[in-house]
Design a protein around this ligand. Structure first.
Ligand code: PLP
Length: 425
């Protein structure tokens, strides 16, 4: 059976919702690759950085601005009420999507990065001190790594890193050594944006909870691509970004267990997050609004919910099955090409992305040549510089796949990578 016949849903029908995928891109005559030139079909393989946005989500934004644009929580006029209901209900949609108990557990943020900073500042600065430790892994994105590193410096808490094995997995024996009674937080990426590793979050959560530590999963790459349930994972916090899951930029979410969020003091102060203010003191709104100071990203929040509804229509099991299919195909094809080093676990056990280097070709040159072929990938350190140090490379190329990508697009990638390899041979 051909790989296309194993697609878990009608990929062409999905692609029709993303008109951007039909656009042509022009080759750059100045670039060393001298690809086929102008008017090349776009092959978008950079969804781990930012996914494309389907028409129903774009329409939701347009409908909001055309129909009921107004500030939330502040007005008793009809537009404000309509906007408030839609914005608040968007929290319910996000809560349901990840198995949270309700909107109280969902704080809208700008993105994953802001969600992590919220916990690090609001909880970490208050609770951490000398003698405490925070356990991360060597494969953390800078959003987590830099945040906890700097909070560690400010509080005197030790920041520790679980080692990554040669196969790109977490060394769980090392994790068990690092997590101890002084551990206050274990913050680990669920699916690595560089290695594609799917980390055993629930196992880490058990370890952490045995020592009364909290667990924070970075869901930036997992929530968009597979079913994620906070109870199944056993996490206390989870962060993710709308723009990586068919939603707009400027919106993301922090999930936090209600009893923890209840105790934590706000991180941003101002309008909307207060209940009563005097010249000398203030009291806070209920969850989650106590953490959403000022005018929020209203259109983006409502569109975030529309993106989730779009994904749910396809089914997250199906999205994952499609990712699995493409990841394995890409892994095998790139391996067969020769001269390609792929980082992370095997093709049949990873998220929908492949980071790699081609012998003798710098990742930036590779990306630039691929651009001539219309193939959009990412090159650089993917915000995991220390992990790249461990891998012994300064940069890598990364192709990432989503529900609208096809086997033919991976063939285009592999062909262009082969051309680049031969060019530099
Ligand atoms: C694993 C991981 N964590 C965090 C982030 C940060 O996401 P954002 O830039 O949306 O805050 C990313 C984005 O690339 C990511 O891949």
């Amino acid at each position: 059976m051909g790989v296309q016949e194993q697609y878990p849903f009608d990929v062409e029908a999905v692609r029709a919702d993303f008109p951007i995928l039909d656009r042509l891109v022009g080759g750059d005559p100045e670039s060393p690759g001298e690809g086929p030139g102008d008017d090349t079909p776009l092959v978008y393989l950079d969804s781990a950085a930012t996914s494309q946005t389907p028409d129903p989500v774009v329409d939701t934004i347009v409908d909001y601005y055309r129909g009921y644009n107004a500030n939330v929580h502040r007005g008793i006029h009809q537009l404000s009420q309509e906007a408030s209901v839609a914005y608040e209900e968007a929290h319910d949609t996000v809560a349901d999507f990840i198995g949270a108990s309700g909107r109280e557990e969902i704080v809208f943020t700008k993105n994953t990065t802001e969600a992590m900073n919220l916990v690090a500042y609001a909880w970490g600065l208050e609770e951490l001190g000398p003698g405490d430790n925070v356990v991360l892994s060597q494969m953390e994105h800078h959003a987590s790594l830099v945040t906890w590193q700097q909070i560690g410096k400010r509080t005197g808490a030790d920041v520790r890193f679980i080692e990554v094995t040669d196969e790109g997995r977490l060394d769980m024996e090392h994790a068990a050594e690092l997590i101890d009674d002084d551990t206050q937080m274990v913050s680990v990426v669920h699916v690595s944006n560089t290695l594609g590793t799917i980390n055993p979050i629930s196992e880490l959560a058990d370890l952490a909870h045995d020592h009364d530590a909290y667990v924070f999963a970075d869901g930036a790459q997992s929530v968009p691509t597979r079913p994620v349930d906070v109870d199944d994972l056993g996490v206390d916090f989870l962060a993710f970004s709308g723009h990586k899951m068919c939603g707009p930029t400027g919106i993301g979410a922090l999930y936090g267990r209600e009893e923890i969020l209840d105790e934590v003091q706000p991180y941003l102060y101002g309008g909307d997050m207060i209940r009563r203010v005097s010249f000398t003191d203030s009291t806070w709104e209920d969850l989650p609004w106590k953490f959403e100071a000022g005018t929020p990203s209203i259109a983006q929040g409502i569109a975030f919910a529309a993106a989730i509804e779009y994904l749910e229509e396809i089914g997250m099991q199906n999205v994952q099955a499609h990712e699995d299919l493409l990841a394995e195909y890409a892994y095998d094809e790139l391996t067969d090409l020769g001269g390609v080093e792929i980082y992370g676990p095997p093709g049949n056990d990873r998220g929908g992305l492949v980071a790699f280097n081609v012998e003798g070709v710098h990742a930036h040159d590779l990306s630039s040549i691929l651009n001539d072929y219309g193939v959009a990938i990412r090159a650089g350190d993917h915000c995991t510089q220390p992990l790249h140090d461990e891998l012994g490379v300064a940069a890598s190329a990364r192709a990432s796949f989503y529900l609208y990508n096809t086997v033919e697009e991976i063939d285009a990638l592999v062909e262009a990578v082969g051309e680049a390899r031969d060019l530099f041979a």
